[in-house]
Each structure stands twice: as C-alpha cells, then as structure tokens.
Design a protein around this ligand. Structure first.
Ligand SMILES: Cc1cc2nc3c(=O)[nH]c(=O)nc-3n(C[C@H](O)[C@H](O)[C@H](O)COP(=O)(O)O)c2cc1C
Length: 343
C-alpha cells in the first residue's frame, strides 16, 4: 500500500482519482474507481437536453445506491457553462439534504473557470461546517495556483498540457508545472494530472510532491467506462502525436486529430478565442454541442474526441480494478528500485 497526504485526507486505499470527463457521463466509471479503492469523480454532464444540476443529483444517488465508498464531483466554473450559477448554489444544498450523500461525497473539484465561484456559495460554506467535503481546483500555471490559494482551496489538481480534454492557454508540461508549483506551494495538497497511465508515472508524481494522480484517458480505455466502444478503440493503437491542442467550448482542448479536430484549429490567445466566440451564431453553438453528442454515440470522425498524449502509453482496454492494481504494483516496484540506488 502507498499512503500519502491525499489518501489520508480522503480515507482512500490508493492515491488514484478518476479525472472528470464532462460533458460525458462517468457514473459507472466513478463507481468502479471508488470500489477499487481510488476516488471516483462524477463529471459535469451537459450534453444537449440535460440539466447539469439534475444530472449531478442523479449521479450522486446512483453512487450511494451502489457503494458505501467515498466519491467526488466536478463543477465547471466557466461562465460559458450552462447552469453553473444554479450548480454552485444548489449542488451543496443537495449534498447536505441527503445524509448518505453528505457522508460519501467528500470532494468537489472546480475547473475551467474561477476558483472563487464555489467558495462564494452560501450553501457551500454551510456544507463545509457539517461535512468532511474538500474543495480542490485545477491549476494549469503558477499564477493560477496562486489564485487557488487565495480562494483558500483545500488542494489543487496540477494539470499539464499533455492531458486530454480541457486545457489552458499556458501550455506547460505536467513535469515542469508540478516542480514549479511545488516550489512555491510545498504544503498545499496536490493531485498530479495529465499524462499519467502507469505506476512509473505515479511514482514520479509522488517524487514531485503530489499525493495522488488523476487519470482520464487511461480510464476511458476501461471495461467500465461509458464511452462508446469506437472511442475506446482509438486509445490502444494511439500515439501522443495523434492528439493536438484545438478549439473547444470552454477554452483550448486536447483532441484526437480527426476530421472535427482539423476543422477546429487552436486559438493563438485568449483574446482571439473571445473574439471568435463573439461571432458564433446560435446555429454554430448548437452544432458544437452536437459534436459531443455525436461522438458519445460513436461518430469518432465528425465528433470531438477528447484524449491526452498518455494514449501513447496505454496498450489495452482493461478492467478498472486491474488498472488500479497494476498501477499500484508498478509504482511500488519503481519506488523500491529508486530507493535501492541510495548507497
Ligand atoms: C473526454 C474528456 C473529457 C474531459 N472533460 C473534463 C471536464 O468536464 N472537466 C475537467 O475539469 N476536465 C475535463 N477533462 C480533463 C481531465 O479531467 C484530465 O485533466 C485529463 O484527462 C488528464 O489527462 P489524461 O487524459 O492524460 O489522463 C476531460 C478529459 C477528457 C479526456
């Protein structure tokens, strides 16, 4: 077993989290990860026709009906995110109003927007007083990590540019970012994210000051993930070069380079992106949303296929239990081998 500040903070067996992967459902995946001793994280689901707050309630009910283990959820705090104001207001209230959910939902990860959105919610402040809930925010740069610390987060998810899906304009690798942030904020609990899929990766993250890793692409290629079989099938043969940074609804995203990706070149700057968004018509917006729905149903050519460079180190689709067991075993071997080098 590997015990860290994060496994102790959350009372979990293994320092492994599933990364949130909205707008898609990750209920079965979160359940499998929590059951296997990691911490499963529910995604902010907002594909067309869904109400994100209602989906969070349904997802949390699903979790407490199927496991007694702890879990977490993600809220995208981008102002572009449909329903964000309702979510930061209502989700903490919903957690508080169900004793089982209050006991098991112990982690809220905010991302793709301000780290202040959730702490400013009156119900979240109340929830903090009556539960063990912890608030982490995604930090893709040192100056954004400072904002997290100013918002009094309990910890940060340090996500580098090699990660799949949501990205920032900063484009710093996880390797450098972890060292940068660890140097400035050595005592803030950290989860490393972006590029992790193996035990050697976990061992490296722990050496760089993180207390756990979060994996997205690795868990997409699992038997329990709700992603379409065609989506999963892209992972084992994929290489890092098959992915690139492109244009997404909440900022830059790392996509598998298919027809859709090639039609969505990455914006050069935030200003360029805001300008481009201003010119979007309602029809354009609906088409964008449709691209997520399409891929969820299996159109991996014309839909947005979010994946990270880590697909280059994933060779097969596995059971979540086996993935977690293998990562822990490999990490233990790597840590022992490293220790044996000390003479
Ligand atoms: C399909 C997909 C959807 C994602 N959606 C979200 C999201 O809704 N919120 C978020 O904070 N990050 C999102 N991400 C980013 C992941 O949480 C995480 O940072 C990334 O998967 C890490 O890189 P990896 O894929 O190499 O593990 C998404 C990633 C993927 C692959």
């Amino acid at each position: 077993m590997i015990e860290t500040n994060i496994t102790k903070m959350f009372g979990i067996k293994h320092p492994i989290f599933s990364a949130p992967m909205g707008p898609f459902f990750t209920r079965e995946l979160a359940l499998a990860v929590s059951e296997a001793g990691g911490l499963g994280v529910l995604s902010n689901v907002n594909i067309a026709g869904t109400n994100p707050t209602k989906e969070h309630l349904e997802s949390m009910k699903f979790m407490v009906e199927h496991t007694d283990k702890p879990f977490g959820l993600n809220i995208l705090t981008s102002r572009n995110n449909r329903g964000v104001k309702e979510m930061v207001r209502k989700v903490p209230k919903l957690i508080m109003s169900d004793p089982k959910i209050k006991e098991q939902c112990i982690y809220i990860l905010t991302s793709a927007g301000s780290s202040r959105f959730l702490p400013s919610s009156k119900y979240f402040q109340e929830l903090r007083k009556v539960s063990e809930i912890k608030h982490f925010h995604v930090a893709p740069a040192v100056w954004l990590a400072q904002k997290c610390v100013d918002s009094k987060v309990d910890g940060m998810v340090i996500t580098g540019t090699e990660g799949g899906g949501h990205q920032s304009f900063e484009k710093v690798t996880t390797l450098v970012l972890l060292q940068q942030i660890n140097k400035v904020f050595p005592d803030v609990p950290k989860i490393a994210c972006g590029g992790f899929a193996t035990g050697e990766g976990l061992a490296a993250a722990l050496s760089l000051g993180a207390g756990a890793i979060a994996m997205g692409s690795r868990f997409i290629a699992s038997k329990q993930s709700e992603f379409h079989e065609k989506y999963k099938a892209l992972v084992p043969p994929g290489s890092p070069q098959d992915t690139g940074l492109h244009w997404g609804a909440f900022g830059p995203i790392r996509l598998f380079r298919n027809k859709y990706a090639l039609e969505h070149p990455a914006p050069g700057s935030k200003e360029e992106m805001v300008e481009r968004e201003k010119n979007l018509t309602m029809d354009d917006m609906l088409k964008e949303l449709d691209a997520y729905e399409r891929v969820y149903k299996g159109d991996t050519e014309n839909g947005a296929v979010l994946l990270g460079q880590s697909i280059g180190i994933i060779d097969s689709i596995e059971d979540v239990n086996d993935i977690i067991e293998m990562v822990i075993k490999q990490a233990e071997v790597a840590i022992k081998n490293n220790y044996s080098m000390i003479k």
